[in-house]
Design a protein around this ligand. Structure first.
Ligand SMILES: C[S@@+](CC[C@H](N)C(=O)[O-])C[C@H]1O[C@@H](n2cnc3c(N)ncnc32)[C@H](O)[C@@H]1O
Length: 245
């Protein structure tokens, strides 16, 4: 059972560093144009997308997993929202160039070739559009064994430092590149699930009785705890310039 499968089966929402409270904090700290168009990439069970739609933004959201998209569509229906959710790959985003005012990502770019993904975010953003991407980052080097364990557990090939993330954004033509909310990684934000419980239980049938899921969940906690002082998270921000080549 891999990590992403575990999240899908358990229907875990806000599966990103800092959880739902970090999403609320980010949205409080930025001023988005009323009604602007937002693409959420790797939306998982759709909790953030629904929050954005409730705030009056025009939301489109994609995820590679059709099971995640089914869960997001269920949430969309229960909340009587009108979000376009569709299956799509971050490495070839299924939309034309220059479509969105904002591209928002919460813990997804780490799972793919980051340079390719960031070039896709840039492509679909409108000139003057803004990218917000919250990812796990490396604050202090991990021991080689711990790094190997983490990468193979998550099924990823890279764990960038803040500086390396900035370089990825610079490799596109993003301007006004910056990092915000840089902090140490906590496994799940303190009290996040208690303070902001997800009212929809989007658990797949039989998941609770699948021992492999719980094993994977425990393994995740163990790996994050073991590397607590080295792992962090940050929001990478960049703007697509008005005139671009
Ligand atoms: C750690 S979860 C985060 C989900 C969601 N953003 C959240 O915060 O709850 C990563 C998500 O990325 C999706 N994903 C992984 N690879 C992807 C790809 N190539 N294209 C689109 N989505 C992808 C997974 O299906 C999963 O829903």
């Amino acid at each position: 059972m891999n990590y992403l499968n575990m999240l899908t089966q358990l229907g875990i929402s806000s599966a990103h560093p800092g959880g739902y409270s970090s999403t609320l904090k980010l949205l409080d700290s930025i001023s988005l144009k009323p009604g602007c168009s937002i693409l959420e990439v790797g939306c998982g069970t759709g909790r953030t997308a629904c929050l954005l739609a409730q705030k009056g933004y025009q939301v489109t959201a994609i995820d590679l997993s059709s099971e995640m998209i089914d869960k997001a569509l269920h949430r969309n229906k229960m909340q009587q929202l009108n979000i376009t959710f569709q299956v799509g790959d971050i490495k070839a985003i299924p939309f034309a160039d220059n479509q969105f005012d904002v591209v928002l990502i919460e813990s997804v770019t780490n799972f793919v070739n980051a340079k390719l993904a960031v070039s896709e975010y840039y492509r679909v953003l409108k000139p003057r559009g803004t990218l917000y991407d919250r990812e796990m980052i490396c604050l202090k080097p991990l021991t080689p064994d711990n790094l190997d364990d983490l990468l193979s557990f998550l099924g990823i090939t890279q764990l960038f430092s803040a500086e390396e993330w900035l370089a990825v954004l610079r490799s596109q033509q993003f301007t006004n590149i910056r990092l915000s909310d840089v902090k140490l990684m906590d496994e799940r934000a303190d009290n996040d699930e208690h303070n902001f419980p997800d009212e929809y239980h989007l658990v797949s049938e039989g998941a609770y009785s699948n021992a492999l899921l719980w094993q994977t969940s425990l393994q995740y906690s163990e790996i994050i705890n073991r590397n607590k002082g080295s792992l962090g998270s940050a929001v990478m921000v960049g703007e697509k310039p008005q005139s671009f080549s």
